[in-house]
Ligand binder design. Structure first.
Ligand code: GTP
Ligand code: ZN
Length: 219
């Protein structure tokens, strides 16, 4: 455990950043037509050195554009709205709620190459709880956009914090970036860990330790 904590370098409250005060970037530009998007894919196929007119590639532009609708579907989602519904009948439960190992797939905004991994989310409810699946939906709403791991981590924490106003939110994301594995520096198996804390998790390093212990405890 000590080694884990050391490697994660649990931050003192004063060292924690102020991302949650920053405006949330929700930049959606005017979309090209489907035909324009498919033409762009044909251009990239030619750039890769292939022939978009050969039989195996004829329907590829349509497939790619359809796939983009799914893997970049987060731009069409309102992450705040996902957390609309709060269950208040929980007998006053107000201790930690931790949902860990939420698998996600995203794409880095630098190379548009996938990065994938797991997110762990904890919060201390103030007034009721949200459906557990909704936390996983918030992860997907941000993962299905062009991202950096840091931005995605901050956006998840910020959304839960600003919609639910809990006593604190902790988010940890662990991921492997294929842009580091299959191109460029070509290092496989490298994992990047990011964390973002608000409220009691930001103020109290013991709460960060509790969160990290629960994330790592596999008994
Ligand atoms: N901080 C951060 N960096 C990322 C993330 N995803 C990819 N990167 C990095 O983004 C950087 C882009 O660096 P550049 O020098 O502009 O681009 P590049 O020449 O393709 O860099 P190399 O990957 O080193 O070949 C690389 O170092 C990537 O590893 C991320 O989620 N967070
Ligand atoms: Zn990249």
């Amino acid at each position: 455990m000590d080694a884990v904590l050391k490697s994660l370098s649990v931050r003192a409250p004063e060292a924690a950043d102020k991302r949650s005060d920053a405006p949330r970037p929700e930049r959606v530009t005017e979309r090209p037509t489907r035909q324009e998007a498919e033409a762009a894919v044909r251009t990239l196929l030619r750039w890769a050195g292939d022939d978009p007119e050969r039989e195996g590639l004829l329907e590829t532009p349509q497939r790619v554009v359809k796939a983009y609708e799914q893997i970049f579907g987060g731009y069409r989602q309102d992450a705040d709205a996902i957390l609309d519904r709060v269950f208040e009948e929980v007998e006053g439960y107000s201790d930690i709620v931790l949902v860990r190992d939420i698998a996600f797939h995203s794409h880095c905004e630098h190379h548009m190459v996938p990065f994938m991994g797991r997110a762990h989310i904890a919060y201390y409810p103030r007034r009721g709880v949200v459906g557990l699946s909704k936390l996983a939906r918030v992860v997907d709403a941000f993962a299905r956009r062009l991202q950096t791991q840091e931005t995605m981590t901050a956006q998840i924490a910020d959304t839960i914090d600003s919609v639910l106003h809990p006593r604190g939110v902790a988010v940890m994301v662990e991921a492997e970036h294929l842009c580091m594995a299959m191109r460029g520096v070509q290092k496989s198996g490298v994992s990047t860990i990011t964390t973002q804390f608000t409220g009691v998790f930001k103020q109290d390093p013991n709460e960060q330790v509790r969160f990290l212990t629960l994330v790592r405890d596999r008994r």
